[in-house]
Ligand binder design. Structure first.
Ligand SMILES: C[S@@+](CC[C@H](N)C(=O)[O-])C[C@H]1O[C@@H](n2cnc3c(N)ncnc32)[C@H](O)[C@@H]1O
Length: 305
Protein backbone atom coordinates (compact mmCIF):
# COMPACT_ATOMS: atom_id res chain seq x y z
CA UNK A 1 0.00 0.00 0.00
CA UNK A 2 1.43 3.46 -0.84
CA UNK A 3 2.12 5.63 2.17
CA UNK A 4 -0.91 7.88 1.70
CA UNK A 5 -3.76 6.35 -0.29
CA UNK A 6 -7.28 7.57 -0.97
CA UNK A 7 -10.62 5.91 -1.40
CA UNK A 8 -13.41 8.07 -2.78
CA UNK A 9 -16.45 5.84 -2.39
CA UNK A 10 -17.86 3.16 -0.16
CA UNK A 11 -15.92 -0.05 -0.73
CA UNK A 12 -17.33 -2.28 1.99
CA UNK A 13 -20.87 -1.08 2.72
CA UNK A 14 -23.52 -1.95 0.15
CA UNK A 15 -26.23 0.43 -1.13
CA UNK A 16 -28.84 -0.96 1.28
CA UNK A 17 -26.43 -0.34 4.19
CA UNK A 18 -26.48 3.35 3.25
CA UNK A 19 -30.22 3.66 3.92
CA UNK A 20 -31.14 4.75 7.47
CA UNK A 21 -32.52 1.84 9.55
CA UNK A 22 -35.38 4.10 10.67
CA UNK A 23 -35.38 2.69 14.21
CA UNK A 24 -34.75 5.01 17.14
CA UNK A 25 -32.09 2.86 18.80
CA UNK A 26 -30.01 1.86 15.82
CA UNK A 27 -26.89 3.89 15.13
CA UNK A 28 -26.52 5.17 11.57
CA UNK A 29 -23.37 6.96 10.47
CA UNK A 30 -22.17 5.14 7.35
CA UNK A 31 -18.71 6.75 7.08
CA UNK A 32 -17.98 5.83 10.67
CA UNK A 33 -19.12 2.25 10.05
CA UNK A 34 -17.12 1.97 6.81
CA UNK A 35 -13.92 3.01 8.55
CA UNK A 36 -14.34 0.23 11.12
CA UNK A 37 -14.59 -2.30 8.31
CA UNK A 38 -11.39 -0.99 6.71
CA UNK A 39 -9.63 -1.40 10.05
CA UNK A 40 -10.80 -5.01 10.31
CA UNK A 41 -9.72 -5.63 6.70
CA UNK A 42 -6.22 -4.38 7.58
CA UNK A 43 -5.96 -7.08 10.22
CA UNK A 44 -7.57 -10.07 8.50
CA UNK A 45 -5.27 -12.77 7.13
CA UNK A 46 -4.34 -11.94 3.50
CA UNK A 47 -6.14 -14.96 2.06
CA UNK A 48 -9.19 -14.55 4.30
CA UNK A 49 -10.24 -16.56 7.35
CA UNK A 50 -10.17 -15.84 11.05
CA UNK A 51 -12.83 -14.64 13.47
CA UNK A 52 -13.80 -11.05 14.22
CA UNK A 53 -15.34 -10.30 17.61
CA UNK A 54 -17.02 -6.92 17.04
CA UNK A 55 -17.75 -5.09 20.31
CA UNK A 56 -20.65 -2.61 20.01
CA UNK A 57 -21.75 -4.05 16.68
CA UNK A 58 -24.67 -1.67 16.08
CA UNK A 59 -26.89 -2.32 13.06
CA UNK A 60 -24.75 -5.31 12.05
CA UNK A 61 -23.84 -3.75 8.69
CA UNK A 62 -20.18 -3.65 9.73
CA UNK A 63 -20.17 -7.33 10.73
CA UNK A 64 -21.66 -8.37 7.39
CA UNK A 65 -19.10 -6.24 5.53
CA UNK A 66 -16.26 -7.77 7.56
CA UNK A 67 -17.44 -11.22 6.46
CA UNK A 68 -17.47 -10.05 2.81
CA UNK A 69 -13.97 -8.67 3.39
CA UNK A 70 -12.80 -12.20 4.16
CA UNK A 71 -13.49 -13.03 7.81
CA UNK A 72 -14.56 -16.66 8.12
CA UNK A 73 -16.69 -15.81 11.14
CA UNK A 74 -17.96 -12.55 12.67
CA UNK A 75 -19.69 -12.31 16.03
CA UNK A 76 -21.10 -8.96 17.13
CA UNK A 77 -22.09 -7.95 20.65
CA UNK A 78 -24.18 -4.90 21.51
CA UNK A 79 -25.95 -3.73 24.66
CA UNK A 80 -28.92 -2.21 22.81
CA UNK A 81 -31.90 -4.60 22.66
CA UNK A 82 -33.51 -2.97 19.63
CA UNK A 83 -30.09 -2.72 18.00
CA UNK A 84 -29.54 -6.44 18.55
CA UNK A 85 -32.95 -7.34 17.09
CA UNK A 86 -32.21 -5.18 14.03
CA UNK A 87 -28.82 -6.81 13.47
CA UNK A 88 -30.24 -10.30 13.88
CA UNK A 89 -33.09 -9.60 11.50
CA UNK A 90 -31.07 -7.87 8.80
CA UNK A 91 -27.53 -9.21 8.94
CA UNK A 92 -27.25 -12.53 10.81
CA UNK A 93 -26.74 -15.54 8.56
CA UNK A 94 -29.42 -18.26 8.87
CA UNK A 95 -29.17 -20.74 11.75
CA UNK A 96 -27.03 -23.62 10.59
CA UNK A 97 -24.74 -21.29 8.65
CA UNK A 98 -23.65 -19.28 11.69
CA UNK A 99 -21.03 -17.24 9.87
CA UNK A 100 -22.43 -13.90 11.10
CA UNK A 101 -24.02 -13.92 14.56
CA UNK A 102 -24.96 -11.37 17.20
CA UNK A 103 -25.60 -11.42 20.95
CA UNK A 104 -26.80 -9.04 23.61
CA UNK A 105 -24.07 -8.06 26.04
CA UNK A 106 -22.32 -5.22 27.79
CA UNK A 107 -18.60 -5.40 27.10
CA UNK A 108 -17.92 -3.21 30.13
CA UNK A 109 -19.49 -5.81 32.43
CA UNK A 110 -18.63 -9.17 30.85
CA UNK A 111 -15.19 -10.76 30.95
CA UNK A 112 -13.39 -11.56 27.71
CA UNK A 113 -14.24 -15.24 28.11
CA UNK A 114 -17.90 -14.43 28.81
CA UNK A 115 -18.03 -12.32 25.66
CA UNK A 116 -16.53 -15.17 23.65
CA UNK A 117 -18.97 -17.62 25.23
CA UNK A 118 -21.91 -15.70 23.69
CA UNK A 119 -20.74 -17.10 20.33
CA UNK A 120 -21.42 -20.72 19.56
CA UNK A 121 -19.83 -22.99 17.00
CA UNK A 122 -16.28 -23.01 15.72
CA UNK A 123 -14.30 -19.77 15.88
CA UNK A 124 -11.50 -20.07 13.32
CA UNK A 125 -8.19 -18.47 14.24
CA UNK A 126 -6.76 -15.88 14.27
CA UNK A 127 -9.12 -13.95 16.52
CA UNK A 128 -9.39 -10.21 15.90
CA UNK A 129 -11.24 -7.86 18.24
CA UNK A 130 -12.74 -4.76 16.62
CA UNK A 131 -14.69 -1.89 18.08
CA UNK A 132 -16.09 1.37 16.84
CA UNK A 133 -17.27 2.40 20.28
CA UNK A 134 -19.04 5.53 21.45
CA UNK A 135 -16.14 8.02 21.42
CA UNK A 136 -17.45 11.58 21.74
CA UNK A 137 -16.13 13.48 24.79
CA UNK A 138 -19.19 14.99 26.49
CA UNK A 139 -19.82 16.86 29.73
CA UNK A 140 -20.84 14.50 32.58
CA UNK A 141 -24.38 15.88 32.76
CA UNK A 142 -25.20 14.73 29.21
CA UNK A 143 -22.84 11.76 28.88
CA UNK A 144 -25.52 9.11 29.44
CA UNK A 145 -27.92 10.71 26.95
CA UNK A 146 -26.63 9.05 23.77
CA UNK A 147 -25.30 5.48 24.34
CA UNK A 148 -24.07 5.22 20.76
CA UNK A 149 -21.75 8.25 20.97
CA UNK A 150 -21.12 9.01 24.67
CA UNK A 151 -17.45 8.42 25.35
CA UNK A 152 -17.09 10.04 28.79
CA UNK A 153 -15.17 13.22 29.44
CA UNK A 154 -12.11 12.14 27.41
CA UNK A 155 -13.88 10.09 24.71
CA UNK A 156 -12.10 6.95 25.89
CA UNK A 157 -14.63 5.64 28.42
CA UNK A 158 -14.68 2.24 26.69
CA UNK A 159 -11.09 2.01 25.42
CA UNK A 160 -9.68 0.29 28.51
CA UNK A 161 -12.32 -2.45 28.47
CA UNK A 162 -11.92 -3.04 24.73
CA UNK A 163 -8.11 -3.20 24.73
CA UNK A 164 -8.24 -5.36 27.89
CA UNK A 165 -10.55 -7.88 26.18
CA UNK A 166 -8.33 -8.01 23.09
CA UNK A 167 -5.25 -8.59 25.20
CA UNK A 168 -6.94 -11.25 27.35
CA UNK A 169 -7.93 -13.09 24.18
CA UNK A 170 -4.47 -12.74 22.59
CA UNK A 171 -6.11 -10.98 19.63
CA UNK A 172 -5.06 -8.20 17.29
CA UNK A 173 -7.19 -5.11 17.70
CA UNK A 174 -9.01 -2.64 15.48
CA UNK A 175 -10.12 0.46 17.36
CA UNK A 176 -11.91 3.52 16.01
CA UNK A 177 -11.75 6.86 17.80
CA UNK A 178 -12.33 10.50 16.93
CA UNK A 179 -9.53 13.04 16.51
CA UNK A 180 -11.08 14.73 19.56
CA UNK A 181 -11.10 11.52 21.70
CA UNK A 182 -7.78 12.42 23.35
CA UNK A 183 -5.72 10.57 20.70
CA UNK A 184 -2.48 10.99 22.65
CA UNK A 185 -4.07 9.19 25.59
CA UNK A 186 -5.57 6.57 23.26
CA UNK A 187 -2.09 5.64 22.06
CA UNK A 188 -0.92 5.46 25.67
CA UNK A 189 -3.75 3.02 26.47
CA UNK A 190 -2.81 0.90 23.45
CA UNK A 191 0.89 0.92 24.33
CA UNK A 192 0.22 0.10 27.99
CA UNK A 193 -1.91 -2.85 26.90
CA UNK A 194 0.82 -4.12 24.57
CA UNK A 195 -0.44 -2.92 21.18
CA UNK A 196 1.21 -0.91 18.45
CA UNK A 197 -0.43 0.80 15.49
CA UNK A 198 0.26 -0.72 12.08
CA UNK A 199 -2.10 1.24 9.80
CA UNK A 200 -4.26 4.35 10.12
CA UNK A 201 -7.47 5.23 8.28
CA UNK A 202 -8.81 8.79 8.43
CA UNK A 203 -12.19 10.13 7.38
CA UNK A 204 -13.24 13.77 7.78
CA UNK A 205 -16.73 14.15 9.22
CA UNK A 206 -18.82 17.14 10.36
CA UNK A 207 -19.41 17.26 14.10
CA UNK A 208 -22.80 15.66 14.84
CA UNK A 209 -25.85 17.65 15.97
CA UNK A 210 -25.81 16.43 19.58
CA UNK A 211 -22.10 17.26 19.96
CA UNK A 212 -22.68 20.71 18.43
CA UNK A 213 -25.25 21.33 21.14
CA UNK A 214 -22.86 20.08 23.84
CA UNK A 215 -19.37 21.04 22.60
CA UNK A 216 -17.86 22.03 25.97
CA UNK A 217 -15.63 18.99 26.47
CA UNK A 218 -14.45 18.85 22.86
CA UNK A 219 -13.55 22.55 22.93
CA UNK A 220 -11.85 22.26 26.33
CA UNK A 221 -9.73 19.37 25.04
CA UNK A 222 -8.84 21.34 21.91
CA UNK A 223 -7.78 24.23 24.13
CA UNK A 224 -5.45 21.82 25.98
CA UNK A 225 -4.08 20.50 22.63
CA UNK A 226 -5.63 17.09 23.39
CA UNK A 227 -8.24 17.23 20.59
CA UNK A 228 -7.75 18.03 16.90
CA UNK A 229 -10.69 19.67 15.15
CA UNK A 230 -10.81 20.49 11.47
CA UNK A 231 -11.73 24.15 11.19
CA UNK A 232 -10.49 24.99 7.70
CA UNK A 233 -12.50 22.47 5.71
CA UNK A 234 -15.87 22.72 3.99
CA UNK A 235 -17.72 22.39 7.30
CA UNK A 236 -16.83 25.03 9.90
CA UNK A 237 -16.60 22.41 12.64
CA UNK A 238 -15.43 18.95 11.69
CA UNK A 239 -13.15 16.21 12.99
CA UNK A 240 -11.48 13.08 11.72
CA UNK A 241 -12.66 9.58 12.41
CA UNK A 242 -9.45 7.68 13.15
CA UNK A 243 -9.28 3.94 12.51
CA UNK A 244 -6.33 2.26 14.20
CA UNK A 245 -5.28 -1.22 13.11
CA UNK A 246 -3.13 -2.57 15.94
CA UNK A 247 -1.04 -5.67 16.44
CA UNK A 248 0.28 -7.08 19.64
CA UNK A 249 3.74 -5.63 20.24
CA UNK A 250 6.41 -8.25 19.81
CA UNK A 251 9.40 -6.19 20.89
CA UNK A 252 10.12 -4.15 23.96
CA UNK A 253 11.23 -1.22 21.77
CA UNK A 254 8.85 1.71 22.19
CA UNK A 255 6.87 1.86 18.96
CA UNK A 256 6.02 5.02 17.05
CA UNK A 257 2.89 6.35 18.60
CA UNK A 258 1.40 9.38 20.25
CA UNK A 259 3.58 12.14 18.81
CA UNK A 260 3.34 10.69 15.32
CA UNK A 261 -0.44 10.36 15.52
CA UNK A 262 -0.82 13.94 16.76
CA UNK A 263 1.49 15.16 13.96
CA UNK A 264 -0.60 13.26 11.43
CA UNK A 265 -3.86 14.78 12.71
CA UNK A 266 -2.45 18.32 12.88
CA UNK A 267 -1.11 17.97 9.34
CA UNK A 268 -4.48 16.68 8.10
CA UNK A 269 -6.17 19.63 9.84
CA UNK A 270 -4.21 22.09 7.70
CA UNK A 271 -6.06 20.81 4.61
CA UNK A 272 -8.90 22.72 3.03
CA UNK A 273 -10.49 19.87 1.09
CA UNK A 274 -11.80 16.46 2.07
CA UNK A 275 -8.86 14.93 0.15
CA UNK A 276 -6.77 16.07 3.15
CA UNK A 277 -4.23 17.31 0.65
CA UNK A 278 -1.75 18.61 3.25
CA UNK A 279 -0.77 15.00 3.88
CA UNK A 280 0.85 15.07 0.40
CA UNK A 281 2.88 18.23 1.03
CA UNK A 282 6.49 17.82 -0.12
CA UNK A 283 8.89 17.98 2.77
CA UNK A 284 6.54 16.41 5.30
CA UNK A 285 8.20 13.54 7.14
CA UNK A 286 6.71 10.23 6.05
CA UNK A 287 4.40 8.84 8.70
CA UNK A 288 5.46 5.57 10.32
CA UNK A 289 2.35 3.73 9.09
CA UNK A 290 0.41 3.56 5.85
CA UNK A 291 -2.36 6.17 5.95
CA UNK A 292 -5.63 5.65 4.10
CA UNK A 293 -7.95 8.60 3.60
CA UNK A 294 -11.65 7.97 3.08
CA UNK A 295 -12.92 10.91 1.04
CA UNK A 296 -16.53 9.71 0.94
CA UNK A 297 -19.71 11.28 -0.41
CA UNK A 298 -21.44 13.12 2.45
CA UNK A 299 -24.34 11.27 4.09
CA UNK A 300 -27.65 13.11 3.98
CA UNK A 301 -28.93 11.39 7.14
CA UNK A 302 -27.12 10.54 10.36
CA UNK A 303 -28.66 9.03 13.45
CA UNK A 304 -27.02 8.76 16.86
CA UNK A 305 -29.10 7.25 19.62
C1 LIG B 1 -20.74 4.19 17.53
S1 LIG B 1 -21.90 2.89 17.57
C2 LIG B 1 -21.09 1.80 16.38
C3 LIG B 1 -21.95 0.72 15.83
C4 LIG B 1 -21.25 -0.17 14.79
N1 LIG B 1 -20.04 -0.77 15.31
C5 LIG B 1 -20.94 0.62 13.56
O1 LIG B 1 -19.75 0.91 13.33
O2 LIG B 1 -21.87 0.95 12.82
C6 LIG B 1 -21.54 2.14 19.12
C7 LIG B 1 -22.41 0.95 19.48
O3 LIG B 1 -21.94 0.44 20.73
C8 LIG B 1 -23.06 0.04 21.51
N2 LIG B 1 -22.58 0.10 22.91
C9 LIG B 1 -22.33 1.21 23.66
N3 LIG B 1 -21.86 0.84 24.86
C10 LIG B 1 -21.79 -0.53 24.86
C11 LIG B 1 -21.37 -1.50 25.85
N4 LIG B 1 -20.91 -1.13 27.04
N5 LIG B 1 -21.45 -2.81 25.51
C12 LIG B 1 -21.93 -3.19 24.30
N6 LIG B 1 -22.33 -2.30 23.34
C13 LIG B 1 -22.26 -0.99 23.62
C14 LIG B 1 -24.15 1.02 21.17
O4 LIG B 1 -25.41 0.45 21.42
C15 LIG B 1 -23.89 1.25 19.68
O5 LIG B 1 -24.65 0.37 18.89
Amino acid sequence: MPHVSRVTDYTHLRPHDLKPPGEPEVFFEPADTEIGVWVAADLLPPGGGGTVLDLGSGSGAAAAAMARAGAARVHGIDSGEQTLRYAQTHYATPPGDGRITFALGDFALLSAQQLLATASGPLPEPLIVTSNPAYVPLPPEVDEARPSISGGTDGLKWAGAITGHARALGADLGLTIGSYSTPRRAVAVLTETGYHITAVTLCPLPIGDFTRRHPERVLALEEKAEAVLWRSGPDPLAYFVVGLACRRAETSARPAGAKELMDLLHTAARSTTTRLESLDAPGEMPFPWPVRILDLPPASTRHHW
